[in-house]
Write a protein that binds this ligand. Structure first.
Ligand code: AMP
Length: 151
């Protein structure tokens, strides 16, 4: 897929629409997700125009790739979630439900996040089902059928 510079994150990078900035480096920008799926939900994007991790990992210069990985870690430390834990997630393409065609890594944190994927094992005694369903638009990639409520 060719990069479309009219996507919403390209507009944020050009300053055409606002964002709540968390961290910035020469090649990367971190900002609050507009529709948080956890108490802490921040996106980290490269400043270069890359559709997804597939495009970025194949085509970005090494300095931009190194900057991006470092920016994700630095953003998490800036948020203070390195102590309590966090999940990073980057959707690529149709099966992952990627919505914005500019590479972004989600940092999700601030509370127990539940199973990594919809349909994953649930630790006993914890109400993770509700959270898994709340998170499922961002994290469901299994295609595994949900158990029917009657079985
Ligand atoms: P994905 O499904 O991985 O492509 O995730 C896209 C993410 O971008 C979602 O979590 C949206 O809430 C988020 N998003 C969309 N528009 C904005 C915006 N203007 N500012 C911040 N986050 C946004």
């Amino acid at each position: 897929m060719a990069y479309d510079n009219q996507n919403i994150f390209a507009k944020i990078l050009r300053g055409e629409i606002p964002c709540t900035k968390v961290h910035e480096t020469d090649h990367s920008l971190s900002f609050q997700d507009i529709n948080p799926q956890a108490k802490v939900h921040v996106l980290v994007i490269p400043k270069g125009g890359y559709v997804s991790m597939d495009d970025f990992s194949a085509n970005a210069p090494a300095a931009e790739q190194a900057d991006y990985v470092a920016a994700i870690g630095a953003t998490a430390r800036e948020l203070g979630v390195d102590k309590t834990g966090y999940r990073i997630l980057a959707n690529h393409g149709h099966h992952s439900h990627q919505e914005v065609p500019h590479l972004h890594t989600h940092i999700l944190a601030g509370e127990p996040l539940g199973p990594m994927l919809e349909g994953g094992d649930l630790p006993p005694g914890v109400d993770y089902v509700r959270k898994a369903r709340r998170h499922s638009p961002a994290i469901s990639v299994t295609g595994k059928p949900r158990p029917s409520p009657t079985t």
